[in-house]
Write a protein that binds this ligand. Sequence first.
Ligand SMILES: Cc1ncc(COP(=O)(O)O)c(C=O)c1O
Length: 432
Amino acid sequence: MTGRFASGLPAGNTTEPRIPIGILLHYGLCCERSRGRSKEDSVNDWRRDVRAYDDVLEQLGDANSRRLIPTPALACDLALLQSNIERMADRALEAGVHLRPHVKSHKSAFIARRQLAAGAVGLAFAKLGEAEAVVERLNASGDPSSVSVLLTSPLVGRHAAERAAALASRCDLVVVVDHVDGVDELEAAALTVGSTMSVLCDVDVGLGRTGVRGPDAALAVAERINVASRLQFKGVQGYGGHLQHIPGREHRRTATIESTKRLTGVVDTLEAAGFHVAIRSGGGTGTMGLDVEIGVLNELQTGSYVFMDREYRDALGEDLEGRFAQSLTLITTVISANHEGYVTVDAGLKAMATDAGVPVVVGHEDTASYQFFGDEQGMVTNPAGHPFRRGDRLELVPPHCDPTVDRYDVIWLVHDDVVVDVIDVTARGRSQ
Ligand SMILES: Cc1ncc(COP(=O)(O)O)c(C=O)c1O
């Protein structure tokens, strides 16, 4: 592509300020910290190479601007991202279920806004801090209606409950609970703060991480919610994290059917006791097609589909659930090429999550391989006859997208060799 970016592709920040707020915040932070220090100190103080970033920002939309991105960095193909967002929204619409995308995967207000625009009924968050950061941004940019927010992890303790109660006055909040004490904490906080919350009973469908372990415990939770004046029982959550990466659709289907029976058992008991189980939320990218076929969930919490990652690609292959594009890559630079068989790149253990193995090298999937080579370095083998050279830039498909994204301040939105825009990872590090 040559010349200024001028195709029909949607510009990155149609509703955001021209320079995204994240960038401005960082500039602000830099000025704040630099007071009383030398220029050199303030630049060293900062997390990023300011001049390199300015270079890219000045050339947004220009041919070859992708080559200017300081590495290691995350790049996301905007057109692929948008098609993933729309594909998932269409799937949910066709199946007659609600879509509540999980923000834990991207932590970005910009992407969340696009998911809502594509028809999502609301957003799911793992942590209070994530939700606070993104809701603040959505509210600041004047989104008209109060966004529906589901916190998918149980909260413990007075402080967390009071933060949730405060958040409930800034959005339409739904929380999950897996113990009667959690209900009491939320009720007390809601009374103190003067807000109201909707509550789902979190059900353990076999992952064993959180959730009540059966119908009796679920009934106890629902009954406690029923007598709370500030809480409203809305339904159940059953997330099968253990199912998502089972390779082979038939194996995944068998396991998902088994797991869903646990949720059905709880729903039946609650309904027999007179509770209206309006929301049955759960599912992930790996099971979403199966979840709608099974027909118990009426709300999907899929997250990773926006980017996909190597782990999901390996597990899902061409299955229906795998038909989302790999939109996210990690750009890295060859920093040393003094050996015959391999080069050293600037993306090591700190540049990506390491729980799911190694990344693949885009364009060299079968001819080159990556190994971790230190905290800050990686080793990439040279394809036969075509050694990489010092200064070359390679792109990697991250092994596991969610915890990789959390390591970066920004994501560069790209199309071919053009940087279209840059967005901040709004809830980066907000793990409390
Ligand atoms: C509770 C919950 N719901 C939904 C998801 C989204 O799953 P995925 O990223 O596999 O689509 C996750 C991911 O870890 C999760 O923890």
